[in-house]
Write a protein that binds this ligand. Structure first.
Ligand code: URA
Length: 237
């Protein structure tokens, strides 16, 4: 494969950005600077940009802070999707959200092209906790916390697994909720059976990995290998 195509693919750059790196002498092949964009790269070659190996990662894992009004899907005929927010940064990857947040909900969405990993995070048997900050239209009560701990029965008769509800010391109408399953509109429906409406729902963590607070709504970044391991772990502290 030509060097510029190899660099573009591995570093997820446009072909012209890859050529720019090569022309500036920032790309090496087997330890030698190579400024020829059409240099033929062979399977065993060690290609680096700024000293960093470009052996392409098999999968990508992205942390996105979903804003309200965006849908948790790869494509949608009408609404902007969480994948649209990546602005084509990974043109050769089939990215999708691992788990959904409602259109009105905000916060941590994991985007990946690793189907097996996504399945593992979402599988009910794995019990990977998802943590939410919830704002109600009424004060949080000790009865709500007890009902969540016992397992709320939804209006359609489905009994939810026990969940945790921690009142927010700073706001009587706010709480942190930790769920270990993912049923459609689960938190809104759980509070609905207890006579409370949800005014705000923000996912703050998946497993033991917290949403990076420096990510403004709509912004994203790659998840590091160490953070990826946290995704499969217990609730954040
Ligand atoms: N529960 C809900 O009701 N909505 C979400 O987006 C996530 C959990």
């Amino acid at each position: 494969m030509r060097l510029d195509k190899f660099v573009a693919d591995a570093a997820q750059l446009t072909r012209s950005a890859a050529r720019g790196l090569i022309a500036k002498g920032r790309v090496t092949v087997n330890g030698q600077v190579c400024k020829k964009a059409d240099w033929p790269v062979k399977e065993a070659d060690d290609v680096r940009a700024d000293g960093k190996s470009l052996a392409s990662e098999e999968y990508v894992y992205i942390m996105l802070n979903k804003p309200a009004g965006v849908v948790s899907a790869s494509t949608d005929g009408r609404d902007k999707t969480v994948v649209d927010l990546l602005n084509g940064a990974f043109p050769r990857r089939q990215l999708f959200p691992a788990g959904r947040l409602d259109k009105t909900s905000t916060g941590f969405v994991l985007l990946t092209d690793d189907g097996a990993f996504a399945h593992d995070i979402l599988a009910p048997k794995r019990h990977v906790p998802k943590t939410y900050h919830v704002v109600l239209d009424t004060p949080v009560t000790p009865e709500m916390a007890r009902a969540f701990a016992d397992g709320v029965t939804l209006a359609d008769g489905q009994r939810m697994q026990p969940a945790q509800l921690f009142p927010d010391a700073a706001d009587p109408c706010a709480a942190t909720v930790v769920l270990r399953q993912g049923v459609y509109h689960q938190i809104k429906r759980m509070f609905g059976t207890l006579g409370a409406g949800v005014n705000g729902l923000h996912r703050t963590a998946i497993g033991g990995l917290r949403l990076d607070e420096s990510l403004a709504p709509g912004r994203w970044r790659l998840i590091t290998p160490a953070e990826k391991a946290l995704l499969q772990g217990g609730a954040e502290g």
